[in-house]
Design a protein around this ligand. Sequence first.
Ligand code: 13P
Length: 263
Amino acid sequence: MSRKPIIAGNWKMHNNCNQTVELIEGLKNELKSKDMSNLPEVVIAPVFTSLYVAREELDKCGCQKIKLAAQNCYYEPKGAFTGEISLDMLKDFNLTYVIIGHSERRQYFGETDEMINKKAHAILENGMLPIICCGETLEQREQGVTDSHIQNQITKALEGISNEDCAKCIIAYEPIWAIGTGKTCDSNEANRVIKMIRNTVKALKGEMAANSIRILYGGSVKPETIEEQMAQSDIDGALVGGASLKAESFVKIVEGASSKVMA
Ligand code: 13P
């Protein structure tokens, strides 16, 4: 089973419109000399306010190969929800993916498993695909509850989603203690957890979904770590934070993942 690798840059709360255009120009320049046919799927997730210029810039520079994602959404289609953004509104930007359940949203903004499930349904209904984040705290890891915690997150996130839709979703395993700390999870351990996630998907949604769903690793991914991570059997790519904010390091990560791209 060949799953196309994905390298996704989660820009988090960085880059206004001008900075977004500059970074995309930088990515375009760095990618110019590369053989695009041999690259993984490349995704960037700017802030909401930069999506318009990002779309424009990607279309203008013929960079349609770089796909766009939003970092969040709200599941209701419209109404009195001050400050929220619906999927119908996000459709305007021709997005491929929407990140949901990032640990920063769970931790700082009270995003619950139930909300994440509702968001996943709304994203799929609107023709986009969710990148569903999961992961344990250091405390949970030390208590030995990593696997049960993640199984629970995945089970709740995928509730009511058909096997066919599930096969197209993306999951990102991001151990919270590895995010922004410079401390990557050991590749073998990341692969073990990702295999466990795949087995959870198999139990819930069957073999086809488990074999097709792409599961990424996130947490201090750097150009120096990507090849070892991609060499693992079940790691299908990376969700990159800090290292996606510089064109050079992000493109190095993209290149580092190209060894896993099947011709
Ligand atoms: P860092 O790569 O900065 O650790 O962030 C990871 C992350 O949270 C991506 O969503």
